[in-house]
Design a protein around this ligand. Structure first.
Ligand code: ATP
Ligand code: MG
Length: 394
């Protein structure tokens, strides 16, 4: 079957009233970027509440669908066959031809649903429904009509061209990226934070990221792994600006001057502080982490309260109530899992206490931190000033 186009269906963005065009424009632009990744070339346009992507030359359908499935905001992808407008007798032939090729050997129920944007067409919608239905029945005796619950809904739209389609492939859902503000994701090389970033992007949020590395304790390869993770997420989220912060001196200072059972929590508080500054400098309205309640010592309720306390910006934790196995399933679906499990060291695992506090007391943590100033403020300032920004795009 030679499909020349896709009709793109979108769900929630249809209900945004006056702002609808903003959402549609973001979606069109995201579809354009996704389809640029495949050979050929498409013209993407919106027309009366619909988005069409029309190919300029033959293309690989599976490849194009895979790309479209990375575009948040799409609820359904309908491969469309387009023909030049034709008189009714030819229309019937073309419809039968389409049906036979799109559903070879089909035995089941169908319904024809025609619409005309072009009211001058000699048949009205009802007549097209009836006549095409009759022609399909005659050509394929194993089929029957069911107008209430058909197995196949065969749509015919008469516009500038005649459009035939009868299949809706599920899209990823969500909202177009760029339609819902911007957030700074604390991106480690682990399994969770790339999934957290992906989930925010799914709701339309533009994602930036910050990674804390601790050379020479963490290697260049560990950093490269985070770049790769950001690149994979960027297939869905669009280009991601990754801020790489050298955290070694801050971490060393904490290591040498704070009680060891409090290391992780104090380190996490300094990560959040730095992330918040970078968020402010880069127009992000929130922070995002991959934390899930109770997963490790630093993610008990008490620990989360302690890390949260240093931030004025909201901290979103989209995985907070997820089980690890569900996070892993998502990581596999997104394509980050294989990279996440590569065994490179993480700054959190190097300076880690054998028995970290699981129920930190905020008062005690603050007292320990008071022993770190003023030196640590200078180290934090330097870490922020020397950050390296890498644009990750795939
Ligand atoms: P992940 O799988 O995302 O690494 P984790 O289960 O290893 O999570 P932690 O190490 O406690 O959990 O980290 C909790 C969160 O803190 C991470 O999800 C991430 O958002 C952030 N984080 C941890 N380490 C770093 C780092 N080196 N750079 C940036 N963010 C980090
Ligand atoms: Mg981790």
């Amino acid at each position: 079957m030679d499909f020349q186009a896709f009709l793109i269906k979108y769900a929630e963005i249809g209900i945004k009233g006056k702002n609808r065009y903003i959402f549609e424009d973001k979606l069109v632009s995201r579809i354009n970027s996704a389809l640029k990744r495949i050979a050929g070339g498409f013209t993407v346009s919106k027309a009366s509440g619909r988005i069409y992507a029309v190919a300029s030359e033959p293309f690989d359908r599976e490849e194009a669908v895979t790309e479209l499935q990375t575009v948040f905001g799409i609820s359904g992808i309908c491969p469309v066959v387009q023909k030049e407008k034709m008189p009714p007798d030819e229309l019937l032939k073309a419809a039968v031809d389409y049906f036979g090729k799109a559903h070879p050997g089909f035995a089941g129920s169908f319904k024809v649903l025609a619409t005309r944007a072009d009211k001058s067409y000699p048949l009205d919608s009802q007549e097209i429904n009836y006549k095409v239905g009759e022609a399909v029945l005659a050509a394929f005796p194993e089929t029957h009509v069911d107008v209430h619950e058909p197995d196949i809904l065969f749509r015919i739209e008469i516009r500038e061209k005649v459009n035939f389609y009868s299949e809706t492939i599920p899209g990823p859902g969500g909202m177009p990226v760029g339609s819902a503000g911007k957030a700074m994701v604390l991106l480690s090389g682990g399994i969770d934070s790339p999934v957290a970033g992906w989930m925010m992007a799914k709701r339309g949020v533009t994602v930036e990221a910050v990674y804390f590395h601790a050379p020479p304790y963490t290697s260049e390869r560990a950093k490269q792994k985070v770049v790769e993770l950001a690149e994979i997420v960027s297939r869905y989220a669009g280009p991601i600006r990754l801020h790489v912060v050298n955290f070694t001196d801050v971490q060393m200072h904490i290591y040498q001057n704070a009680p060891h059972d409090e290391l992780t929590i104090i380190m996490r508080r300094y990560m959040m502080r730095i992330a918040e500054v970078l968020a402010g400098e880069n127009g992000c309205q929130a922070l995002v982490t991959g934390e899930s309640i109770g997963q490790v010592a630093s993610q008990t309720m008490q620990s989360l309260v302690c890390t949260n306390e240093v931030c004025e910006l909201p901290v979103f934790r989209p995985l907070i109530a997820f089980d690890k196995k569900d996070i892993i399933a998502l990581a596999e679906q997104i394509g980050t899992f294989e990279t996440s499990i590569l065994p490179y060291e993480d700054c959190c695992t190097i300076f880690v206490a054998k028995h970290p506090v699981t129920k930190p007391n905020l008062g005690i943590i603050k007292r320990s931190e008071s022993g770190l100033v003023p030196e640590i403020d200078t180290l934090v300032k330097t870490a922020i000033e020397t950050e390296e920004c890498i644009v990750c795009a795939k």
